[in-house]
Design a binder for this molecule. Sequence first.
Ligand SMILES: *Cc1c(COP(=O)(O)O)cnc(C)c1O
Length: 374
Amino acid sequence: MSDTKRRCWVEINLGIIKENYNFFCGLLKPGQHIMAVVKADAYGHGDKETAKALSECGCGHFAVSNIQEALNIRQMVDYDAEILILGYTPPDFFNDLYKHNITQTILSEEYAGLLAANGKRIKCQFAIDSGMNRIGLDADFPEKCEGIIRRYMDKLDITGMFTHLCVADSFKEEDKVFTENQIKKLKAVSSLVKDLNLKEIHCLNTAGGLWHDVYGSTIRLGIAMYGLKPDYSNVLPNGIRPALSWKSVVSMVKRISRGETIGYGRTFRAQHDMVIATIPTGYADGYDRSLSNNGFVLIKGHKAPITGRVCMDQLMADVTSIPDVRMGDIVTLIGTDGNETISADDMAHIAGTIGYEIVCSISKRVEREFIIGA
Ligand SMILES: *Cc1c(COP(=O)(O)O)cnc(C)c1O
């Protein structure tokens, strides 16, 4: 396989994202729906294209992290599709929330005051902090939460409230207890405001939805929709597949002799004569530098270990045992080549991070190619 058009690109199979989404729809209880989390450019998968593909499956509910992302999605989906911003919107943009029918998360009592002062009855959902200690009203004081929620019912268009689970991907006894307790705390607040009939009460991310008491109206589905795992130790349901592959090409092949070193810092020293392929992808493309002397790529269906440090725009790999590697040969950084696969989760495990960070970090200069079929 050779490529003469491209340097470094990702292939995103929108059909697989749709299949994964439909799979999770099949697990819902009556009255529940999925909020597709498409923040951070749909975890690097292209937010506009992903939102459009999901709309075609009937998805009418999206979550993003900020106003720019919300406006991106708004162009692609119906005006009445719900878009929830999970994070902070600077007050200067409050008018845009109202104008574009975007729902804002209320981070704190103070933030609720600012949103209300805008005077437009902006659509909002209260964040409830049940142990993450990031955003939200403190669920350890449910009556106080109740008071605040009631105070803003007529000033803002409150459509729901939610909390966020922080160890739902762990099966340690202590963590399971913590998660169940987080869900209990949300239930306690929601029971105090039952009479307000808030449309949505929710707490589940991917891990919560897969492995815990499926409480609430809504599952905020992120990572597994893209076919990746919340934690490396997790096992996803059969049929869930990664939608993204990342490819590059060989730019040069050379022989080096025993004793020579490769790359910056001379961190790799050849123990025998070797054949080395250079690949025009580096950390400026988002290729994690901690894969230096550590990760591997796939060439012609074989693993090629990375030799030396990952550079800004290039990396080098050992192809000594792979026959006849040439300039233009396709290099799989993430994906499958023949019988070998390296997933973003595998890469993350080697690099000491999580699959989320690997896919979110693939930089803008890497071309995105969208595949429609599954
Ligand atoms: C990112 C995010 C999610 C999605 O989490 P996944 O683990 O990707 O499913 C859900 N809820 C909130 C508040 C988030 O920030």
